[in-house]
Design a protein. Structure first.
Length: 205
């Protein structure tokens, strides 16, 4: 525990490297998709959990809007995902309606709509992954401003109230909430999710 407290960033990097190796092995051994997903979650979990803890404890006056930093970023992410889904659904329905006139005699309206939503279900995870990468970049940028690029900065804008009664755990949390570690693991998880989605789409087509 003391070693982790002294060098949280190093241990976070070792954790990430270990899971990257396991994921590469999983790719060669053709492990099931659910196991891939679990490995990706474990890859990004330490830095992401620490980042959420730091950003949730950040005072609201760090942003112009009166909301927590994490809540601000995450709400934007979810809004964009749902907006894309709604827009894509409207496009699919519009295309199905416009083409159904020509195919009415053959009775293929349901088939067109079904194919459209199948394509939509394949594209939406890719779009959500891209937006996830954007969320990671924004959170990393703010972390750099909030706590700097040091492993365990002596002074930062992280609120003193964060784990004030547990200085060791506070040091680990701030160390794991490193902008570089979050950026590396977050973008790696996005890339792996895209590769997995591409495999699914290729299989579907």
């Amino acid at each position: 525990m003391q070693a982790i407290t002294r060098h949280p960033l190093v241990w976070g990097a070792v954790w990430a490297a270990l899971f990257v190796v396991v994921i590469v092995v999983a790719a060669f051994l053709d492990w099931p998709t659910w196991l891939w997903a679990l490995l990706v979650v474990l890859l990004v979990a330490p830095s992401l959990v620490a980042t959420i803890a730091v950003l949730r404890a950040t005072p609201r006056d760090h942003l112009e809007h009166r909301s927590s930093v994490f809540g601000h970023f995450f709400s934007r992410y979810l809004t964009l995902v749902f907006a894309f889904f709604a827009w894509s659904g409207s496009v699919v329905l519009g295309a199905a309606i416009s083409t159904s006139i020509q195919l009415a005699a053959e009775g293929k309206e349901d088939e067109i709509t079904g194919i459209g939503f199948e394509v939509l279900s394949a594209i939406t995870p890719l779009a959500a992954t891209v937006l996830w990468a954007a969320l990671i970049v924004r959170c990393s940028w703010f972390l750099a401003r909030l706590r700097g690029w040091g492993e365990a900065p002596a002074s930062s804008e992280v609120p003193a109230s964060l784990l004030a009664n547990a200085p060791g755990l506070r040091r680990i949390t701030i160390g794991l909430a490193h902008p570089g570690l979050l950026l590396a693991t977050g973008l790696a998880s996005a890339l792996l999710a895209m590769l997995a989605a591409e495999v699914e789409v290729s299989f579907f087509t």
